[in-house]
Design a protein around this ligand. Sequence first.
Ligand code: DX5
Ligand code: ZN
Length: 215
Amino acid sequence: MPLIAPSLLASNFLKLADECQMLNESEADWFHLDVMDGRFVPNISYGIPIIEQIRKTTSKICDVHLMIVEPEKFAEDFKKAGADILTVHIEACPHLHRNIQQIKSLGMQAGVAINPHTPVNSLLEVLSDIDVVLIMSVNPGFGGQSFIPHSIEKIKQLRKMIDDAGLKTKIEVDGGVSLDNAKQIVDAGADVLVAGNAVFKSADPKQTIHQLKSL
Ligand code: DX5
Ligand code: ZN
């Protein structure tokens, strides 16, 4: 059974408290919080003050996905804002090992995200140091894009790498996840499904979360 991490990027920001309440009442496991800086990705989303407020509404895991350059400058601020998991992009981190150590030393779980063009074997030397690998199944920056089919192969390869090494690292898949493709993604080896539009734009978000969970 996968963990479900709805992405608040697709929520109604004017009703953020209600959206958080809905997730609290649902079977969602994690709150997925997308931070974009307009530099690493061609879009700007929301930042630390919003995450601080969201944190106050929930005891579920706050899974912060940083799509920003120089994440080391803000890791401590995200910890203070209440992040449980802090994920950085391999493409934004020339000193990735140092970033991972920093996140863990601040008491958070460490995640590493990879863009569609980045091979899973680029994670080989850090896999045993991290808690989560986030496979981007769209190009980061926007919600509501279509799932890139090749991502399935990457999930399978990573599943094998993790199992062969006897690790517990979780595979999180982010971008274009829907009720139509979720089963295929889980069967390929994903542990965590991020879903933005599929949840928040559905007629009954709680029911959609339930369906994603029971695939
Ligand atoms: C994209 C973000 C995703 C996004 C997913 O850059 O990292 O988390 O919110 O949205 P959907 O599920 O609508 O593709
Ligand atoms: Zn994300």
